[in-house]
Design a protein around this ligand. Sequence first.
Ligand code: C5P
Length: 226
Amino acid sequence: MGRDVIIACDFPNAEETLSFLAKLGDERPYLKIGMELFNAEGPAIVKKLKDRGHRIFLVLKLHDIPNTVGRAMKVLDGLDVDMCNVHAAGAKAMMRAASDNFRGTLLGVTQLTSTSEEVMRSEILIERTMKEVVAEYGINCKAAGLNGVVCSPLEAAAIHERCGHDFLTVTPGIRLEGDAAGDQKRITTPSQAKELGSDYIVVGRSITAADDPLTAYRKCRKEFIG
Ligand code: C5P
């Protein structure tokens, strides 16, 4: 599987999503549908975007008891999305229930890229380094049958080292040079993400809030894929 750029469609409804996509002309990028858009429009938005030729990463970050997650994943499997995710903090039995019920690429969220190591220690109460936590979570994800993790590009090498090079690192927290970080803490540019070994980058505001989203998307692709 080659590297690719995934655009985070963090929009409140289908109308705004489609008017954003119209700015991309004939491009059919890989899209992230997250909880904002999915909760507003439901499965119909997945079908609509798939029918237009987009691949879909459905980001609902499930985290519940194994039985509930397994049953929910079975429903999401019916939507025929390419990629989906669960929280690795749900632990191995929950992740196993998810992977047993989903045929696409399944990822574990390690630590959100908006979480700093300081907050992880003081509020999430994990007294380890971010790198150690992400790598250990990656090992749990692999043991539970997942295909990869969501992490920061800053941790991609540690994941590949511990879990192998076929184990995917899908990395948000990406900013084009000069763009505002906003709420993100562990960020890199697309070219740094490439150097650090990310397999996919998830880019939201650097593309969706750009004056010219098509140019921003192409810039991300050029930096990340070449
Ligand atoms: O706008 P921005 O590029 O910061 O968007 C990043 C996207 O990646 C958002 O849709 C966010 O929900 C998602 N994400 C993240 N950190 C994770 C998992 C997903 O930022 N660990």
